[in-house]
Ligand binder design. Structure first.
Ligand SMILES: [Zn+2]
Ligand SMILES: [Zn+2]
Length: 129
């Protein structure tokens, strides 16, 4: 797993305890411009904050732009997990696609040994029972 030096490169990061003994770390790096390799960003407002309402990501170097959905659907999550069921510990990469599970947006990580599913939900939002 490659933990970036700067949070500027990070699109999403989380470190979650799963059950009693499990843990999942997820790092998603921002996508690079397919044309020139520069990190793509959301357009910024006049105050320098990323625009939440932006519908595309821009390359600050060459001006290339990618639609928000296309950009976010093609991100890759680097995952390091310890399975709460069998104790297997592994690094893997999965598409960063989150699905609604029991009312919470979750990234589902599956243990390669025992097929246990670990749900990485948004912070502070517990799964509904
Ligand atoms: Zn570019
Ligand atoms: Zn397992």
């Amino acid at each position: 797993m490659n933990i970036p030096d700067s949070m500027d490169d990070v699109f999403y990061y989380t470190n979650r305890d799963i059950g009693e003994s499990g843990e999942v770390i997820v790092v998603v790096l921002k996508k690079k411009c397919p044309k020139c390799g520069t990190r793509m960003e959301k357009p910024k407002s006049k105050t320098g904050k990323p625009l939440r309402t932006a519908t595309e990501y821009n390359c600050p170097n060459c001006g290339n732009s990618i639609k928000k959905k296309e950009y976010e659907d093609s991100l890759t999550a680097q995952v390091r997990y310890t399975c709460p069921n069998c104790g297997n510990s592994e690094d893997t990469e999965i598409p960063f696609i989150r699905k609604k599970v029991k009312g919470a947006l979750s990234l589902v990580v599956t243990c390669s040994k025992c097929s246990e599913k670990m749900h990485v939900t948004k912070k502070f939002k517990a799964l509904k029972k």
